[in-house]
Design a protein around this ligand. Structure first.
Ligand code: ADP
Length: 176
């Protein structure tokens, strides 16, 4: 698996799937979630509403992941995961690692070969970028997956730096 660390806007990524740092409601929010829904258009929200009506009436639990189509986005799928909210006392890093692991598992189930992640929980949910980066690294190191490209698309240079440090000695991480 090749790993890339780039600065950018995940809504522009033409990979097979992008991961959304959603909230449990799956009905949209701020930050990267808002940007993804805005760029994807109403089809994405309709699919999320359908999930709430059917398989996820109580929403998506923290640390789990689920896939939908991508509406008008340049990718094919959106994989929604819910990061732990530090401000709500969700301070267990296993939950954060689980977001990356569960997203990869869902990606495998739908045949995704290239996958882009944002820095889950590093915004409104209050985790430090280096903690997110370490959790991401641990998840990828422990994964067996058919995904052959994982690209972390980081919104600012501080977060990019934190990921570069966490992946510094990773043979899989390469500059784009
Ligand atoms: P959370 O609620 O999980 O903390 P946020 O959306 O608030 O989610 O933040 C997660 C990370 O996503 C933050 O580092 C934020 O800077 C980043 N982010 C926001 N918009 C985008 C975007 N369009 N592309 C990539 N990352 C983004």
């Amino acid at each position: 698996m090749r790993i890339e660390l780039v600065r950018g806007d995940i809504t522009r990524e033409g990979v097979d799937a992008i991961v959304n740092a959603a909230n449990s409601s799956l009905l949209g929010g701020g930050g990267v979630d808002g940007a993804i829904h805005q760029a994807a258009g109403p089809k994405l929200l309709a699919e999320c509403q359908e999930l709430r009506r059917t398989t996820l009436p109580h929403g998506l639990p923290v640390g789990q992941a689920v896939a939908t189509g991508a509406g008008e986005l340049p990718c094919r799928w959106v994989i929604h995961t819910v990061g732990p909210n530090r401000h709500a006392g969700q301070t267990n890093p296993d939950l954060l690692r689980s977001c990356f692991t569960a997203s990869l598992r869902v990606a495998d189930q739908i045949g995704v070969k290239s996958l882009a992640f944002p820095a889950i929980s590093a915004g409104v949910y209050g985790w430090a970028a280096d903690q997110v980066a370490v959790a991401a690294r641990a998840a990828l190191d422990g994964a067996t997956s058919q995904v052959n490209l994982v690209r972390f698309v980081l919104f600012n240079v501080q977060i990019l730096k934190a990921f570069r440090e966490a992946f510094a000695d990773s043979a899989a991480a390469a500059p784009r």
